[in-house]
Every structure is written in C-alpha cells, then in structure tokens.
Design a protein around this ligand. Structure first.
Ligand SMILES: CC(C)(COP(=O)(O)OP(=O)(O)OC[C@H]1O[C@@H](n2cnc3c(N)ncnc32)[C@H](O)[C@@H]1OP(=O)(O)O)[C@@H](O)C(=O)NCCC(=O)NCCS
Length: 184
C-alpha cells in the first residue's frame, strides 16, 4: 500500500487516489478528452461519468490492497490535474511494475509529469519494495520520452504492436529504470 502526499508545485500535490476523487476525476477526464484520446485505450462513455469513476477508483483501491497496482492523483485545490499509476506489479524474482501518467492539458510543461514519475519511482522502491519500473510510449510521444529520460529511465527496445491505443495495435518504445540492487 502507498501513502503520503508530496508537493510538486506551489499549487499541486501528488497523493494516493481516494473514492472522494471520483467526481473530480470524471470532470478531469471530460475536460481532457481530446487531449488524452490519441494516447489512451478506447474509453466507454461511462468512463466519463462520476458513477463510472466511482467504479473505477473502487477497483483501483481493491487492486492496491491486493498489491497488484498503485494509483496517485495530482490535486490542485480539489481539481484533479493529473494521474500516475503503477500497474502489473509482480514480485518474485522480477519485483517490477509498469508506469503510466497523464497531465491536464492546461498544466503541461510545468515539470509535473517528471515530478510525479520521480515520486512514483521513490514509492515503488521505498514503499512497495520493487526493483524495477518500466514504461512504454508511442513512437512519436516525444514529450513522454523526455519525461522518462529526465527521470533516469533507459530505453531497451521497441515492441511492435505492443498496446491497443486509439483504435489500433501500436508499436511502442520501451524504457526501464532499475531502482536498487537489494536481494530478494
Ligand atoms: C506527456 C505528458 C505526461 C508530459 O507532461 P508534462 O507535465 O508536460 O511533462 P514535464 O513538464 O515534466 O516534462 C515534459 C518535457 O517534454 C518536453 N516536451 C514537451 N513537448 C515536447 C515535444 N513535442 N517534443 C519534445 N519534447 C517535448 C518539455 O520541454 C519537457 O522537457 P524539458 O523539461 O527538458 O524542457 C503530457 O504531455 C500528457 O499528459 N500527454 C498526454 C498523455 C500521455 O502522453 N501520457 C504518457 C503516455 S506514455
């Protein structure tokens, strides 16, 4: 389980998601629909409603308790201006997870994604005991590639047809960050 809130900018903090965020999350996804569409999986209409987000956050929290994923929001005075997550957490000899994030269109270019990715990597190491975090970006997502480079991720390959994004199976550049060399 993750805990703790950290300030990323004077008006923005990152903290674990709660059920109380569902309404603001629905607002944020509606506000950013055109911005996120090219980078996201296809979303059913219910995704953009408060009820849809209640269901989604409930599932995320249950997943978090089971140690399968961890979800953070970027909170600016009660509005959600970004999200970061570790999914597919596996332990055993891998101790690894997948990093994902987005930032509200109006808050891009402020270092928020980089700050969030750094915070999530610290939590992955110190709170979740992971060894490695990986991330994949579409080939032309240069902003996200820059975020990963700034946070110490290294590219290790290109995966053809890696994820179904915006209506098709898309090639991705794959990156990883080794967090520590602790023994298992
Ligand atoms: C990608 C994204 C998360 C970046 O968020 P952000 O808060 O603006 O990121 P940061 O400010 O921390 O850093 C962005 C970096 O990319 C650079 N950048 C932005 N647009 C760029 C572009 N088109 N080409 C190259 N670099 C670019 C910025 O200059 C900055 O680098 P710098 O600090 O060296 O100047 C945000 O644009 C977003 O949510 N995009 C849509 C969803 C998405 O792509 N999610 C990631 C999926 S892998």
């Amino acid at each position: 389980m993750i805990s703790g809130a950290v300030t990323l900018a004077t008006d923005v903090l990152i903290r674990p998601v709660t059920l109380d965020d569902a309404r603001a999350l629905a607002r944020a996804y509606r506000r950013n629909r055109a911005h996120l569409d090219p980078w996201d999986p296809d979303r059913p209409e219910a995704f953009f409603s408060e009820e849809g987000q209640v269901e989604r956050v409930r599932a995320q929290l249950a997943d978090g308790r089971a140690g399968r994923s961890a979800h953070w929001v970027l909170d600016s005075g009660g509005e959600i201006v970004g999200h970061a997550a570790l999914s597919n957490i596996v332990l055993g000899p891998a101790r690894s997870a997948n990093l994902g994030y987005w930032i509200d269109a109006e808050h891009q270019g402020r270092g928020l994604a980089s700050g969030a990715a750094r915070h999530v990597c610290e939590a992955a190491d110190a709170q979740l005991g992971l060894h490695r975090v990986e991330a994949g970006t579409l080939l032309h997502n240069t902003a996200s590639q820059r975020v990963l480079a700034k946070c110490g991720f290294e590219e290790y390959g290109v995966a053809p047809g890696y994820l179904y994004i915006n209506g098709a199976w898309r090639d991705h550049r794959l990156f990883q960050k080794i967090l520590n060399d602790r023994s298992v």
